[in-house]
Design a protein around this ligand. Structure first.
Ligand code: GUN
Length: 315
């Protein structure tokens, strides 16, 4: 075979391989198996970090130095870890980070006073109250005492209300991170059936609005949902954030669905999500790993929200 002919043949073989592998599924004994792409977030999170770094450079040029104040009550190990990761990200980008730690038994009155002080402090432009809070505290009152202009989580009624009006200003970092990761796959959200297993203000509520804004038909499942599998099997996009290992297995997933696992739990000394990765990976078209899936996106969205708030304040 001539040299040129050999090259053409190998090019066409390559093209065929790329074409076949881009379909992502195989048919075996009349059953379709999807070769689930593992949807890690490191590249997308790094891109968002880069964008935030440019926003911060522009702010620094105007002598604006964004600052995040974090309120941490008690010593919940998971919260300690999340806050540590938030600090590392802020340090990396040159965002000033102020950690205010309080004992588990702090009173509602004291914490409200602290938030009010931060609301009035000019050097603080973003406030985060790490949740969950101890039982004696009323989370909804506390979160709504944060000024909506400094509400970096988008948890206030004002910012959640804006979101229900379709205005995505300051939105929960986890919910935003999920949508950004989903969009990175090129998945068509408009007209799709999306199922979210979580109804918190961190994930389920804001995420349902983000997906509605993009034209999905959204089902929100929770502890009182009677037939979970009925909903999950109908979902083109399945998002779970419960913290229950093995909650979702391959039989509960629609072939070709995008599966995003924002659950976090410890099992046999390992960090795991809600999804039984082994059985779901051959059914889903995309599946996020735990760890390495949603976690890095949440942190990247947080630093981005800090920069966004600083820009909004100084417009
Ligand atoms: N606890 C778990 N996730 C979050 C989050 O995104 N924000 C806050 N404030 N607390 C959390």
């Amino acid at each position: 075979m001539a040299k040129g002919e050999k090259r053409t043949k190998s090019l066409s073989n390559n093209a065929l391989f790329i074409f076949l592998s881009s379909i992502f599924f195989v048919i075996f004994k009349n059953k379709v198996f999807f070769l689930g792409n593992v949807l890690g977030s490191s590249k997308i999170a790094a891109k968002l970090f880069e964008e935030t770094s440019v926003m911060l450079e522009n702010l620094h040029m105007k002598k604006i130095y964004p600052n995040l104040a974090v309120i941490l009550v008690g010593n919940n190990p998971a919260s300690e870890l999340y806050v540590k990761k938030k600090k590392i990200a802020c340090d990396e980008l040159g965002i000033e980070f102020e950690l205010l730690r309080f004992a588990e038994n702090i009173s509602q009155r004291d914490i409200l006073q602290i938030i009010n002080d931060l609301n009035h402090k000019i050097s603080v432009n973003a406030i985060l109250v790490q949740i969950p809070l101890p039982k004696q505290l009323d989370s909804s009152i506390i979160l709504n005492t944060v000024s909506p202009l400094k509400d970096v989580d988008g948890f206030t009624a004002f910012n959640l209300g804006l979101l229900s009006y379709g205005k995505e200003e300051i939105v929960s970092c986890t919910a935003q991170g999920i949508v950004k990761l989903l969009e990175s796959t090129g998945t068509t959200i408009e007209g799709s059936n999306a199922c979210i297993i979580n109804h918190s203000i961190i994930v389920g509520r804001p995420l349902s609005q983000l997906l509605l804004n993009r034209g999905a038909t959204v089902t929100v499942c929770h502890a009182k949902t009677t037939d979970l599998a009925m909903h999950t099997k109908n979902a083109d996009i399945l998002i779970t954030a419960v913290g229950k290992p093995g909650l979702i297995n391959g039989d509960m997933v629609k072939p070709g669905a995008v599966v995003i696992d924002a659950g976090i739990a410890r099992k046999n000394g390992k960090t795991v999500g809600d999804v039984d990765f082994e059985s779901v990976k051959d059914v889903a078209s995309y599946i996020t790993p735990v760890p390495g899936g949603i976690g890095p996106m949440t942190i990247a969205c947080l630093v981005n929200n800090v920069a966004k708030l600083a820009m909004l304040h100084n417009q």
